[in-house]
Design a protein around this ligand. Structure first.
Ligand code: SF4
Length: 382
């Protein structure tokens, strides 16, 4: 039986960052009720049962607390959830257990100590920028010194596997200010970094005020991305996915599940799952979750096209070996033919092992992948 990853969405934040459209709210009065509901779901799977009847038999080898801001919700709540996981699932001895944290959360020393004691062994920290004026524009309270102190506190608690989030395309960002953030990241010696391009989403403060923001244009943002890939690759953090970089052996095992089409169960409002060939998700409403509303079916996942789409996000790309292992076929000739025309443009690398998007290709990955999928001959796929 395949292993399982567990994702817990912690939908609480201290306030709302002006660019963020993740599901979160600032309501401490719901903390305890939410912990109880999550623990009950772990025990009974009463909401997810239709899709996850066999989940308790699966060995869990990755657990991820995302959000929202799990560090605001508190280490005691995380400890209770992990206790429930240990009681209900076989948990692999070397399971990767990640908690997202905000460097502005008070008393992170205690937070990390309790987390570490409960089994947490990886931290993902929302830094976004090491330039304080940029962080301010993003509505972030902590400054670069707070990020440094938070990393130190995590290390002190025994958690040295830390990732920093970095954002590209921040209003008024320049190549020099980005370089300052990149240098901070490398100097901090974290083994992992996630790098996201700011996208202005409907319903956010940034969306309403877009005309007043001095956002880098598309070409500038693209050059920032290439600057980032180049600098991190040259400083030991190898790109392994469109937005993710790691020192060897520190790739996020949980997130790699998503790109390798492996199974995971997401619990909490807005959390999605892929289990037993079905994709399903909870609605973005904590009250519906607290009242026991089950997740809704989204679609049948796991087909070949989806596999191609996910694998091409990875730097190692789509390989003949992995394709044969998973679907008992090699890469369809029609797909290889379509890929070849992009090789001349330096967007895709083709070889006997398979195909990979280049950093320039990652910049236009949506268009490239859609075109490749559109060219697959349906008689060549399972
Ligand atoms: S802390 Fe993170 S999840 Fe919360 S509002 Fe800000 S960006 Fe969104």
């Amino acid at each position: 039986m395949d292993t399982l990853g567990l994702y817990f969405h912690i939908p609480f934040c201290k306030g709302k960052c002006p660019y963020c459209d993740f599901y979160s709210l600032a309501d401490k009065s719901l903390y305890t009720a939410y912990k109880e509901a999550v623990c009950e779901e772990i025990k009974t799977l009463s909401r997810c049962r239709e899709f996850a009847a066999d989940a308790h038999k699966r060995t869990v080898d990755t657990v991820y607390f995302g959000g929202g801001t799990p560090s605001e919700w508190g280490a005691e709540n995380i400890r209770c959830v992990l206790q429930a996981v240990k009681e209900q699932f076989p948990l692999a001895a070397d399971a990767e257990i990640t908690v997202e944290c905000n460097p502005s959360t008070p008393d992170l020393q205690t937070f990390f100590a309790v987390c570490a004691e409960s089994g947490v062994n990886r931290i993902s920290m929302g830094m976004q920028s090491a330039v304080d004026s940029e962080r301010k524009k993003l509505g972030r309270r902590a400054n670069a010194a707070d990020v440094r102190a938070a990393l130190y506190a995590a290390k002190n608690a025994g958690i040295s596997d830390c990732s920093l989030d970095l954002m590209i395309g921040i209003p008024d960002q320049t190549a020099e200010s980005l370089q300052q953030s990149l240098q901070f990241l490398v100097d901090s010696q974290v083994p992992h970094a996630s790098v996201y391009l700011l996208s202005v989403e409907e319903g956010t403060f940034f969306h309403k005020n877009q005309s007043k923001l001095n956002l880098p244009d598309e070409d500038t943002a693209a050059s920032f991305y290439l600057q980032t890939v180049d600098f991190l690759n040259n400083n030991g953090l190898q790109q392994y996915e469109i937005s993710n970089f790691a020192r060897p052996g520190y790739e996020s095992r949980h997130n790699t599940r998503y790109w390798e089409q492996k199974e995971y169960l997401g619990i909490g409002p807005a959390a999605h799952s892929f289990l037993n060939g079905k994709r399903f998700g909870f609605t973005r409403d904590i009250h519906a979750f607290l009242q026991g509303q089950p997740p809704a079916f989204c679609d049948d996942g796991g087909d070949f096209e989806e596999y191609v789409m996910l694998r091409l996000r990875l730097a190692k790309g789509l390989t003949q070996t992995d394709c044969r292992q998973k679907f008992s076929i090699g890469i369809p000739p029609s797909l290889l033919q379509a890929a070849a025309k992009y090789e001349k443009l330096n967007l895709i690398k083709c070889g006997s092992q398979g195909i990979q998007l280049t950093p320039q290709g990652f910049l236009v990955s949506n268009m490239l992948i859609a075109d490749l999928l559109g060219n697959i001959d349906p008689t060549e796929v399972p």
